[in-house]
Ligand binder design. Sequence first.
Ligand code: NAD
Length: 295
Amino acid sequence: MPTIIDGRKTSEQIKSEIAAQVSEIKAKGGKIPHLAAVLVGNDGASQTYVGAKVKACEQVGFESTLVRLEETVTEGELLKVVQDINQNPAIDGLIVQLPLPNHISVEKVTNKIKPEKDVDGFTPANVGRMTLGWPAYVAATPYGIVELLKRYAIETAGKHCVVIGRSHIVGSPMSILMARNEYPGNCTVTLTHSRTKNLPEIAQSADILIVALGKPGFVTADMVKEGAVVIDVGIHRVEDVSKKSGFRLIGDVKFEEVATKASAITPVPGGVGPMTIASLLHNTLLAAEGKIYSK
Ligand code: NAD
């Protein structure tokens, strides 16, 4: 049986570590970390994600502010909200929930966020700093994966890491992090994408396979080397009449068959997913402490 890399348990552990740090800050009369989340419109999934982030803040003792704006808000008005939060010394971290309505430029809004408060790690400043190996806010999903590898003491130096998918929020940063000259890293990295030829052969040569292409059950056992570590980022709802909800969640990896070959694997649900909120809390704590950018 492979090691099941349990993201749910690990994220709870991280949350309790952060809660303990907040108690210490409180005891010393220090500043309580404060996250502001901006939500535009009424998209159901976005409301759920933001709601979960705000609830997690409460759980660990952070302060939080949720700014809700109408779907019809103008780009200028949203930029002004971001600017006001940038300048508000009471707020340490700021996230703008994506996607935004079509009439608003994600690029302009992202660029407006003060890098010192960019706890999502989406601004060019933080992506650049991460690439340079400087202290940076690393985006939640890649950071969560790095943390899982660390906490499960997965050996990475000299290993071949294959990343499937090159999105800006998962695949690309993951490839950079795994190649860095530190632990976890020092891998020889192959970044694959929709135009890659011979993907199954490349995947088969991976010691560490990180899968983030957004196609349910794409990775099958014949694409995986015996003993590989498999990290499944994908998350999809599929119909399941046996469930009360009528659906269940699956990943980009066919878990049952790949688990028979892997030495360690993340399940879906309960793998990478729960780590993202823990990562956001971690970044917000760093922001409050001024650990990335000295204040
Ligand atoms: P995306 O759609 O932005 O990018 C997908 C990438 O996969 C692209 O770079 C594309 O080139 C590549 N790709 C597509 N088809 C391919 C193929 N046949 N072979 C090789 N590469 C191919 O996706 P994303 O935002 O990175 O998300 C990927 C998956 O991860 C989705 O299922 C998403 O829901 C999930 N996700 C989960 C979390 C989490 O917290 N667990 C966070 C972010 C994304």
